[in-house]
Design a protein around this ligand. Structure first.
Ligand code: ADP
Length: 368
């Protein structure tokens, strides 16, 4: 297995479209790294440059310590699993999985052993003689993964491999791929636009936007310490609430929204971090789970009561999502389902001030 290093990597397509800009990324041996971001942010292009399917316009790519910018895909010792499976319809599952090895002139016995081993790992043993059209979507996806496994590559690349599956199957395949990663102890790079997939699968997550890497971090660090407003809003579901307002100029710092409908006296520890923003405009961010129905006496937490009127109530079973508006900004709160909230009446909710995030109004970077 191997590490993968991208140094100042750019992709500039013909016509001058810069799809990927100055990416620096170190993927360690056996690490599971997820590239995540909205559609068009450059995830696939980055993955395809690692695969060798896309030329690197500028910068360097190393696999296993070797610079491979000019090495052809087939000599990079990587295997890629695509969203559309790309199985051969006229071949059986066995033949599909064996195809790459046959091309590389592996001995028949070795091919049989590798395909049988992979089929065992993927629970495909009883389907080896079937054609893809007689398989479910999940089974087809497993064959596509199997075709990668039999090659025993240094690095596995996955490009949105679960996008074509229904929600339930996606969750199941997610855990299967995670388990596979543990079992194979392989280096894996996985592209998705789904932040839940990223959070649950990645050892390390790379958040991209407009071809630029925003943050590279472990899942919980991304969640707790987003470096900017984009990452804060992208990671977490339902998304973080944001509202613009001003910090008071005095030492008892208070955040007040533009029309004064939200006024939060901030705990002392913000004083030091936000000191230079006193009297200035900032973005406040708070996650739905940090707006609660009741004050919990937890050490280090300080709550502020906010009176509001609930506009929509969504019971999710184990919890309830509440929607309300403060100065044209829609807020979401997430509360336990034991509560019975009512629509269109005055309701008190509590903002956990210790969990607030603050971002610059100039460049949207975190102020904490
Ligand atoms: P993602 O995988 O994050 O959805 P892509 O890597 O596919 O994004 O695309 C990144 C950007 O590069 C997009 O703006 C896309 O339109 C552009 N792009 C992708 N492929 C090409 C191409 N062959 N020629 C020109 N522009 C491209």
């Amino acid at each position: 297995m191997a590490d993968v290093i991208l140094k100042n990597v750019y992709k500039i397509y013909e016509g001058g479209n810069t799809a990927v800009q100055d990416v620096n990324l170190e993927i360690k041996d056996r690490e599971f790294v997820v590239l995540v971001g909205p559609s068009g942010c450059g995830k696939s292009t980055t993955l395809r440059m690692i695969a060798g399917l896309e030329e690197i316009s500028k910068g360097e790519l190393f696999i296993d310590g070797k610079q491979v910018n000019d090495v052809s895909p087939k000599d990079r010792d990587i295997a890629m699993v695509f969203q559309n499976y790309a199985l051969y319809p006229h071949m059986t599952v066995f033949e599909n999985m064996a195809f790459g090895l046959k091309l590389r002139k592996f001995p028949k016995e070795e091919i049989k052993k590798r395909v049988t081993d992979a089929a065992k790992i993927l629970n495909l043993e009883e389907y080896l003689e079937r054609k893809p059209k007689a398989l479910s979507g999940g089974q087809r996806q497993r064959v596509a993964v199997g075709r990668a496994i039999v090659r025993k590559p240094k690095v596995f690349l996955f490009d949105e491999p679960l996008s074509n599956l229904d929600a339930k199957l996606r969750v199941q395949m997610r855990t299967e791929i995670s388990r596979l990663h543990q079992r194979l102890e392989a280096t894996m790079v996985y592209v998705t636009h789904d932040q839940v997939e990223a959070m649950t699968m990645g050892d390390k997550i790379v958040v991209m936007k407009d071809g630029i890497v925003q943050q590279i971090d472990a899942p919980l660090n991304l969640y707790n310490y987003p470096v900017n407003k984009f990452v804060a809003g992208f990671i977490g579901s339902p998304a973080m609430n944001f509202i613009k307002g001003k910090l008071s100029p005095d030492s008892n710092m208070v955040f007040t929204s533009a029309k004064g409908n939200l006024s939060l006296p901030l705990p002392e520890n913000y004083n030091q971090k936000l000191g230079e923003y006193k009297g200035r405009e900032v973005w406040l961010g708070i996650r739905p789970e940090d707006i609660t129905d009741s004050v919990q006496n937890r050490e280090g937490h300080q709550f502020s009561a906010v009176e509001t009127v609930l506009e929509v109530i969504e019971p999710m079973g184990n919890e309830i999502f509440l929607y309300f508006t403060i100065e044209d900004v829609q807020f979401t709160a997430r509360i336990p389902s034991r509560i019975k909230p009512s629509l269109n009446v005055k309701t008190i909710l509590h903002f956990d001030l210790s969990k607030c995030h603050f971002f610059s109004c100039d460049n949207e970077k975190t102020l904490l």
